[in-house]
Design a protein. Structure first.
Length: 277
């Protein structure tokens, strides 16, 4: 009972303050092994108080859960297999084990990062490889539905097939299309499916995203860094960190012609709703 009361007090404290949530940051990667505590501390100083850390393979899933254990109420894990893992036939029972562990119930808030990535297949016949990705993606979508969890979807040069895979499900899972890279028509379908849209640091220099962002309903927008990747301007060339979330929010606010506090409050509310924080 005491532990439950402490958890409730911590959530009330966080909910009462203006803050950002980085909904996709790879703090479980080795890029942060030497200064992870400092990176988290610097992010908190910048107003980024909570973090969703997704797994992409066996090791990063285990590390994400470990970080969530070390930082309760601050770091939350997602577990899943990136599409690049598909050729290696990853062990889905490992994800099941993590999700069924009662000790992980408050730590794991989503399935992912999972999805489709055909970028590496451009210019070659790779139907078989695409099929393997689709099978892994569908399996994880069904896993999310079985455990009533949202999904973090990676989709690159594969929107048509992503929509096709989702259409095979008994219902559309809750979730977010992480690091959105599609066009306006893709965005419309994402909206029709009720999925959130994740925007990252590349919004500070991508002309395509500059045309997309104003069309994303504020109620369906999430902020991400995808650190250590996709560092926003003017810090490109350096390692990305979650402390840059306010820069991303500021640029989105400028593109939409609203106050940055509007972006902060809306995206924090959205993150809490999707991930049950």
């Amino acid at each position: 009972m005491k532990g439950l009361q402490s958890k409730q007090k911590r959530r009330c404290f966080l909910a009462s303050r203006d803050m950002y949530i980085d909904t996709h940051v790879q703090l479980n990667f080795s890029d942060f092994d030497t200064d992870r505590a400092m990176v988290i501390g610097n992010a908190k100083k910048a107003g980024v108080k909570q973090f969703i850390v997704p797994g992409v393979d066996h090791l990063s899933c285990r590390t994400a859960v470990h970080l969530a254990t070390q930082h309760p109420g601050v770091i939350f894990a997602a577990v899943g297999f990136h599409p690049y893992e598909a050729p290696h036939n990853p062990d889905m029972s490992y994800l099941e084990t993590l999700l069924r562990d009662e000790q992980n119930k408050s730590k794991i808030v989503a399935v992912g990062e999972c999805g489709l990535d055909y970028h590496q297949y451009k210019g070659e016949i790779a139907a078989g490889r695409k099929d393997v990705q689709q099978q892994l993606f569908e399996t994880q979508l069904r896993l999310a539905l079985a455990h009533d969890l949202p999904v973090i979807i990676h989709c690159r040069d594969a929107f048509e097939d992503m929509f096709a895979v989702i259409s095979r499900l008994p219902k559309v899972p809750r979730g977010v299309v992480h690091c959105f890279s599609g066009g306006l028509q893709d965005l419309r379908v994402v909206q029709e499916l009720g999925l959130y849209t994740g925007i990252d640091g590349n919004v500070t220099y991508s002309k395509q995203l500059a045309t997309i962002v104003p069309h994303i309903p504020l109620s369906m927008l999430l902020l991400e860094t995808d650190a250590p990747y996709l560092t926003p301007a003017p810090h490109r060339g350096q390692r990305n960190e979650p402390k840059y979330i306010p820069l991303i929010a500021k640029h989105i606010a400028q593109l939409r012609g609203v106050a940055v506090t509007d972006i902060m409050k809306a995206t924090t509310k959205n993150a809490r709703a999707l991930f049950s924080l």
